[in-house]
Design a protein around this ligand. Structure first.
Ligand code: ADP
Length: 395
């Protein structure tokens, strides 16, 4: 298909049509022709041209009528029309312009005037189209922003609601412990304290994830680089979660427990990434199953994996679960107060180190979350916690 503007010539006099057609073809325009008003209206309906050269005086439906009908309809009112007429009185010109014609040409046609007027209305039309396109794009953006604003409001309500839940539990437990004082048996007291501690941990985790995600999003998080043994970090995190595992009857295993694998990274962030992955593995696996953690060193990157024997994740969700507030719609996730922030935090924290995170899961055979951190040779080999920070961190 050619990009040349498509011009519809409408005239009942065949000689005039041929004359204008030859001028236009010589100037690389696409030409369509019609010999009366009705035919012209039909062509415009079927295959709208970029411009009409419209003879005013024609039998049956004359040029003024065609112009009026086209300018009345929203779908055709923007197609430019140049009225061509043998009449040249001021009244004729005024009439043509009043009914919406964009310009006016008197017969006999002057080639240069014809081409100049055509260029002028086509230019105006293309500017108008550009403005219309920009307006449509802005309108679309505006709708998107309104949608985001709405989403933000409902997410805010959701978050406040989710933060309120564990807090209400904590306050209820403290109230009960204070009211009953010593009149509460040791077992019940221990249970209440454990529940209170779990709820507080959940609250703290949500708040930390939220804060860190917004810092990472705004690139305001300064990574605290240091050199440390990542196996040791995994071991510490597993130890912290042993209590929870006992309650939930799951076993945590660190493979190659004794090996020391040193990496350069932000120790606290990496510990929280491992903690998040382990918490999820515990949360989404059934009782009496095993969760394995492994650390594999490499020349270019170190890979940490957390594999569970849980419900698994369907492949279509493998990317989405790392998005903010994304959850796979399963019974387990639907009924919990968590809000799909943990993996977003993990992804952002790992990517801030120049690494990547991914999941492998063949449906119900469990999930294996892995993240890789590039080996940094530009950082000191020794424990460098008090050394100046390198330049390549996210600001
Ligand atoms: P949440 O707070 O909902 O657990 P996450 O960002 O940690 O948020 O996880 C997002 C979603 O990914 C979860 O809601 C769950 O559907 C899915 N998911 C994460 N880890 C696992 C896992 N080990 N096994 C199965 N599903 C998981």
């Amino acid at each position: 298909m050619s990009d040349a503007p498509k011009i519809l010539i409408v005239d009942d006099d065949e000689r005039n049509v041929r004359l204008i057609e030859s001028i236009l073809r010589a100037n690389k325009y696409d030409v369509i022709t019609a010999y009366d008003g009705e035919e012209a209206l039909k062509i415009v309906n079927d295959n709208a041209p970029d411009l009409l050269l419209l003879d005013a005086m024609m039998p049956k439906v004359n040029g003024y009528e065609v112009c009026m009908r086209l300018k009345r309809r929203p779908e055709t009112q923007l197609i430019p029309i140049i009225m061509v007429t043998a009449l040249s009185s001021l009244e004729d010109k005024v009439q043509a312009l009043e009914i919406g014609a964009d310009d006016f040409l008197a017969k006999p046609i002057n080639r240069l005037e014809l081409l100049a007027k055509m260029r002028s209305v086509l230019r105006a039309k293309s500017l108008h189209d550009e403005v219309a396109r920009t307006k449509a794009a802005l309108e679309e953006k505006n709708q998107e922003l309104l949608k985001l604003e709405h989403l933000k409001d409902s997410l805010m309500q959701m978050i406040v609601h989710d933060l309120k839940n564990p807090l209400t539990g904590i306050m209820g437990n403290i109230d009960l412990l204070m009211r009953k004082g010593r009149n509460i048996d040791e077992e019940k007291r221990k249970h209440l304290l454990l529940k209170t501690r779990d709820s507080s941990n959940r609250l703290l985790k949500m708040i930390m994830d939220l804060l860190d995600i917004s810092k990472l999003e705004e690139e305001k998080m300064d990574l605290q680089w240091s050199r440390f043994n990542v196996t040791e970090i995994a071991r510490e995190t597993i130890k912290e979660l042993r209590g929870l595992c006992e309650v939930e009857k799951k076993t945590l295993v660190l493979q190659n427990d004794e090996t020391s694998i040193e990496i350069n990274a932000d120790r606290e962030l990496i510990q929280r990434v491992i903690g998040n992955l382990l918490n999820n593995a515990i949360k989404y696996s059934p009782e009496n199953t095993e969760i394995k953690v492994s650390v594999t060193p490499g020349e270019e990157e170190t890979v940490v994996c957390v594999a569970d024997q849980g419900q698994g994740i369907p492949p279509e969700h493998h990317e989405r679960i790392f998005e903010k507030f994304a959850q796979v719609d399963s019974k387990k996730s639907r009924h919990r107060a968590d809000r799909g922030l943990g993996l977003t935090f993990c992804k952002m924290a790992v990517e801030a180190h120049g690494g990547r995170i991914w999941v492998e899961s063949a449906g119900s055979a469990g999930s294996k979350f892995s993240f890789s951190l590039p080996v940094r040779t530009d950082l000191p080999k020794q424990d460098s916690e008090k050394e100046p920070q390198p330049a390549a961190v996210a600001r």
